[in-house]
Design a protein around this ligand. Sequence first.
Ligand code: PMV
Ligand code: MG
Length: 357
Amino acid sequence: MISVKAPGKLYIAGEYAVVETGFPAIIVALDQFVTVTIQSADQIGSIVSSQYQENSIYWRREDGEMVFDNRDNPFHYILSAIKVTEDYAKTLGKDLGIYHLTVESDLDSKDGRKYGLGSSAAVTVATIKALCKFYDLPVNHDKLFKLAAIAHFHVQGNGSLGDIAASVYGGWIAYRSFDRDWLKLAEKNYNFAEMLSMDWPGLDIELLTPPKNLKLLVGWTGSPASTSHLVDRVALNKAKRQQAYQDFLTNSKACLKRMIEGFRNQDLHAIQAEIAVNRKLLNELDQFTQAHIETPLLKKLCDIAEEFGGIAKTSGAGGGDCGIAIIDSHKQLNQLIEKWAANQIIPLRFNVHHVEE
Ligand code: PMV
Ligand code: MG
């Protein structure tokens, strides 16, 4: 039996800008996992996941047809991950087998609500990792990222794939996304072996080391948000406000550059100052796109963190899910956490997870 796991993630800074090729974000992997197990079978295989079931779907009408939106359903990422890995196995001349594949996830709360820790990315990475073992396919972090990015992109189509990078590499990373228009063309022109061994334009992943006194706190608002719908909304509105959008991109890039420098210099104050700048930039984006990134509860989360000497912001697409606070580990963390809890913000006591090569 093969059993592998892949971690969930949280965005620290650079959200939305990172959707554009080459614009940086900082992302962290957490010790909450999706676990995939595979066991050989005869004749008939199965895919079983108690968390991820197709019990409701979104659809719209296009030219008289029902068109399904599978982007928020992890089951479709499992299927896409299987297809990509088996295509890769075929190019290496492997015989395909029959198996039972089981998926377990910590990334959802007990009552089934999503924390927003990137379950679709983690499930994609874990499925591919497990199948690479099953078929004995050569992979390293770089190849695993590329396979998972292809599989995820086939379903979601509009993200930066930063959550895939965090799940593959672990720890703290600075991530710049590759050109996804290039990927669409490249898939038509190269085979898998070529795609996995070439440099992808724009892609850059740097491992970061946080200062020793940096403590990351995570607060959950209890309400789920759809990243793909929020990213769509920003994309629809950016066309109307081109200058404001270009300014947002420029400012976000400069802010992230200084924040990454803060990590390289082990300078907590510099990192915190840029978290505050990034929050302000995201609030400006929020205003001209009407995406509702910083909800009233996320604002409260930030205000409370500041009261206790922390600096906080929304994490990821916002609109619910989680917020993060960066605080000196010597400050009174318990008081902050208690006040969050007293204000309907659920502290998630997760730690950063490091992945072995
Ligand atoms: O809400 P999350 O944690 O899935 O993060 C989304 C981050 C965005 O930059 C808004 C989108 C993306 O794909 O990078
Ligand atoms: Mg989210």
